[in-house]
Design a protein around this ligand. Structure first.
Ligand SMILES: Cc1ncc(COP(=O)(O)O)c(C=O)c1O
Length: 440
């Protein structure tokens, strides 16, 4: 019974996850225990076939239902050069939110016409770079940006293609820190100003308004909010066509597709999202007499989440009789802030004892100087000892991307595994790296 839980947890790990004869977790054909020994811990392991499989599934599920569908990966979930190269090979676009993310794309010669530049406070410098580097779309978030971008475009002598990010006022029922489409959000134009935004954008000779976009939030398990938001934005587009002659060539519905982090919280498959989103768009366009726009989908978490596994070395433990047994690992909130930030929950297995009997519940705490540095509360695991390797599932998204050097810790190494081979795609930081920017 107890072993069965660990085996069912494997379904949350990358698609290639299996257990070898020694009872070790294997990812992409590589023994996780050997990876931890070779590359050190904390170690983030990405399964290349899992990553490519998700890219392919998004392309197929949306592409077979809608010819003009573009999958644009949201780099905020995790981005480095090796991943950007994979996305380039898979033919995806890239959603960036900073000059830094743009610079990673540029470093691998990512096709910039497929880059979408989002953000609620893009600097003049970033906007200038976006124009120089030929970003495909700038997703304008507010009136000041609309004016600023127009001025910069005039100075530089180009007419950028833009989308307007609208806040549809729809609650996708996710954590408030990752809910962005509600009325009280820092992102996008609020409902009352949508028309003014369109009027200003189309009257600017320096900007080319191509379409509209929204993003409801992240980790959205319900599909209905997408239908509702599409309906609301298309009603508005039809109204703008009547009043201003605006033709919406592109609709960007953002990301937010959920990932299953724990056994008790299954996520809808990509086909279920596509099966609602595409008919919602087509039916509504037909009803309103609108031409079908190009559909842009911006998954982040759903592409990288499950493909990533965090490996930690177990160090010491603390027993508080009758209260709790803490097991301490060599990472924590500096490499994964999500549990502390918004109560994110995870599942894990002991990578060198996957098939061992469970011995009771423990709480996995990190090594950082905050009581809130808890990775997983009350998880049933086999009896663990110092030196064992804990493997946490679904750590591909928003972990490393939000990592810090808290307590002057060194950011983790990252490896990419495939067919039994591991390739280092980010080396672990060193003490020298920590001091690199200090000026004495
Ligand atoms: C505009 C936009 N698109 C896409 C995403 C990706 O969301 P997710 O990783 O949940 O798919 C985000 C994340 O917040 C976003 O702000």
């Amino acid at each position: 019974m107890a072993i069965k839980t660990a085996v069912s947890r494997l379904s949350l790990f990358p698609v290639t996850a299996e257990v070898n004869k020694q009872g070790h977790l294997v990812i992409g054909g590589c023994d996780a225990v050997a990876l931890a020994a070779e590359f050190g811990t904390p170690l983030y392991v990405f399964d290349e076939s899992g990553l490519r499989g998700q890219c392919a599934e998004f392309k197929t599920e949306f592409g077979q239902r809608y010819a003009e569908a573009a999958i644009v990966y949201a780099g905020k979930a995790f981005l480095n050069k090796a991943l950007a190269l994979i996305l380039k090979e898979e033919g995806l676009g890239l959603d960036v939110v900073s000059g830094g993310e743009m610079s990673i794309a540029r470093a691998v010669d990512f096709p910039f016409d497929k880059v979408y530049f989002h953000g609620n406070n893009k600097s003049a410098e970033e906007l200038g770079l976006a124009l120089e580097w030929g970003v495909g779309r700038i997703v304008v978030d507010n009136f000041q940006e609309l004016a600023r971008l127009g001025e910069i475009a005039r100075e530089k002598g180009g007419v950028p293609d833009i989308l307007l990010r609208l806040t549809p006022g729809i609650d996708p029922h996710t954590h408030k820190y990752i809910s962005t489409g509600v009325v009280d959000s820092k992102f996008g134009f609020t409902l009352a100003t949508w028309e003014e935004a369109v009027a200003q954008a189309i009257s600017s000779p320096d900007l080319n308004l191509v379409g509209l976009g929204f993003h409801l939030g992240s980790l959205i398990f319900e599909i209905e909010p997408y239908r509702e938001a599409i309906g609301r934005v298309l009603d508005f587009a039809a109204e703008m066509k009547r009043q201003h002659g605006f033709e919406m060539q592109e609709l960007d519905i953002g990301g937010g597709f959920a990932v299953q982090y724990t056994l008790d919280a299954p996520a809808p498959p990509i086909s279920a999202y596509a099966g609602v989103i595409v008919p919602a768009l087509m039916d509504k366009c037909r009803e309103l007499g609108l031409a079908l726009p190009r559909l842009v989908i911006e998954p982040g978490r759903a592409i990288v989440g499950r493909a990533g596994v965090a490996l930690y070395r177990i160090g010491t433990a603390k027993e508080i009789p009758g209260v709790r047994r803490y097991v301490f690992v060599d990472g924590g909130m500096a490499d994964n802030i999500r549990p502390a930030l918004y109560g994110a929950r995870y599942e894990a297995v002991v990578a060198n004892k996957v098939l061992a009997e469970e011995a009771g519940k423990v709480t996995i705490a990190g090594k950082f100087c905050e009581s809130g540095d808890i990775l997983i509360s009350d998880i049933s695991l086999p009896s663990v000892n110092a030196g064992d390797v804990l493997a946490v599932a679904d750590c591909g998204a928003y972990c490393l991307a939000m990592a810090s050097n808290y307590n002057a810790s060194l950011k983790s190494a990252v490896v990419l595994v495939r067919d039994g081979k591991a390739r280092l795609i980010r080396r672990r930081e060193t003490f020298e790296d920590l001091g690199r920017c200090d000026v004495v």
